[in-house]
Design a protein around this ligand. Structure first.
Ligand code: PHE
Length: 336
């Protein structure tokens, strides 16, 4: 009897060796272990045996059943594994195939300049302040000590929205706005942003351009602070070898006022002074209107032309390149 059972096991083993589909294995399971399976059919034989042999026979049958179930289980697993392997091989990803070309944007050169100005001044404890581009006459002119009758206030020089509002002609109104809300406390801010003037557009003029304002107010602030700040700025922007020159100038909101030039060396080794910004000591009237006592505090201010800096730094010879969004131009600027 034991032999017959062993033979069944061998028989199943042999057949399993030749199967390679789950269906075949399942058929074998039915053939051997199903309701009418070869092993199942042997079970009733137990009745024909003498009592003392019954337990032994029962054990053989049970053991055989367990062994055969395990063989079937493993055979199924082997097939599943093989199928998975075939599938994986078929779906293998070729990582060497070139990918899709996505167009990568780059940072606009004017933004690069603004970011580097922010880096420079934030590192020295300045705050970055913002102001509206549609500005009140009060901040753009009055509080900046630009008297009525000044040419900048004429219709032909500014874009008016209505009698009291216009597109700001410079970032200086942010000075007045910031003073007004600072309640006489010390100030160190810069304020980059767009500005507008009714200039006909040409190679160096644009009706819309950008500035970065700077304002420092505190006790005993003097021209030395202004000069040192602008000298280190010039070196930061254009290189350690740079020098600056303050040239007397006039702005209604500063006194004294200076144009600041940087000394550049040209390719032929000759040197030229190039103007990069306007600046000066904050006018006492401006301090007073902003809620500060000109007897106690003083300050300096400057307004940097962003396009001018970008043109010098990157060697751009037409300001219109910054606004026409030609990718061939814009792609050349990658940041540092
Ligand atoms: N607002 C001036 C301009 O637009 C620049 C400036 C700012 C000058 C601050 C002095 C102080 O030309």
């Amino acid at each position: 009897m034991q032999n017959e059972i062993m033979k069944l096991i061998d028989n199943l083993k042999e057949k399993l060796n030749h199967t390679n589909s789950l269906e075949d294995v399942e058929n074998l399971r039915v053939e051997f272990l199903g309701k009418n399976g070869l092993l199942t059919k042997m079970m009733p034989l137990i009745k024909t045996l003498p009592n003392e042999e019954k337990p032994q026979f029962g054990k053989w049958i049970n053991d055989a059943k367990e062994i055969m179930e395990s063989m079937i289980y493993h055979a199924k697993n082997d097939i599943l594994e093989k199928e998975l392997e075939v599938k994986l091989n078929k779906e293998k990803i070729d990582v060497t195939i070139p990918g899709y070309q996505f167009r990568q944007g780059s940072i606009h050169p004017l933004s690069l300049i603004i970011e580097s100005l922010e880096d420079f001044f934030l590192g020295q404890g300045y705050l970055v302040a913002e102001g509206p581009e549609v500005e009140l006459d009060k901040y753009n002119f009055e509080m900046m000590n630009i008297a009525e009758g000044h040419p900048a206030r004429e219709m032909h020089d500014s874009f008016y929205i209505d009698q009291n509002r216009l597109l700001r002609t410079h970032t200086s109104p942010v000075q007045a706005r910031f003073m007004e809300k600072s309640n006489g406390k010390p100030i160190a801010i810069i304020s980059p942003g767009k500005t507008y003037r009714r200039d006909p557009d040409d190679q160096t003029h644009s009706h819309q351009f950008m500035q970065c304002e700077g304002l420092v107010i505190g006790e005993n602030i003097h021209v030395g602070h202004l000069k040192e700040t602008l000298l280190s700025l010039a070196k930061y922007l254009f290189g350690e070898d740079k020098e600056i020159r303050l040239r007397p100038s006039y702005f209604p909101f500063t006194e004294p006022s200076f144009e600041v030039d940087v000394l550049f060396t040209k390719k032929d080794k000759s040197q030229t002074w190039i103007e990069i910004l306007g600046s000066g000591m904050v006018h006492p009237e401006v301090l007073r209107m902003g809620g500060y006592n000109p007897e106690k505090v003083s300050g300096f201010a400057f307004g940097i032309g962003i396009e001018r800096i970008a043109m010098l730094k990157y060697g751009v010879d037409d300001i219109r390149n910054f606004y026409t969004n030609d990718l061939r131009f814009l792609k050349q600027f990658k940041g540092e």
